[in-house]
Design a protein around this ligand. Sequence first.
Ligand code: XBP
Ligand code: MG
Length: 226
Amino acid sequence: MSQLRALIFDVDGTLAETEETHRLAFNRTFADAGMDWHWDRETYRRLLKVTGGKERMEHHARTEGIDIPDCAALHKAKTAHYVRAIAQGDIALRPGVERLIREARAAGLKLAIATTTSRANVESLFEATLGREALTWFSAICCGEDVARKKPDPEVYALALSGLGELPQNCLALEDSANGLRAAMAAGIPCLITPSIYTDHDDFTGATAFVKDLSGGIEGVRGVVG
Ligand code: XBP
Ligand code: MG
């Protein structure tokens, strides 16, 4: 691998196992709206193939043959449920994530985030884990609202590269899903996969490397990507 100069982190499933919190937030939102939708784990695993919570609900409505009058408003309500749940503090970063972020920073690597989720969700996760100040450690924080096309489109990773001012070959994307891998690959960025509870059956063909988790720190990452 070319000289490693920056790490670009995905959020959901990579920094933390947040998709269960998202799933519960969706279900609370459906109940509040008097809808008869309830996404169990298997349904949600299938629906996660569609990135973006608003797009996921629209997709489900189409398959159900129904119309959601104001999906943006429904998604806003879901985000409020998610942020409240994360603020209760029972979510932890995945093994090794904090160590890797701190060691990468100490080694002079730049950091960025490239996620499909909403900015409020990223901020709430940081607030509940590393602290809001840690957001300043990232040269670029690129979220769902910042792009017209979500993963597996490479737009969010292209935005992160621009914010970093780095070439793709000098960066490493850290992802948990096939959609994320495809987005990073399409942006020309080598990708380290660390599967999450909802993506362990995904097809990770093309990944630069594959680890169970990030507990090896920066030397562990360097060791597997070469
Ligand atoms: C995963 C996603 C997001 C979340 C839900 O994002 O696809 O849509 O499932 O969050 P990541 P929103 O790229 O971090 O893995 O409802 O805010 O979209
Ligand atoms: Mg993810």
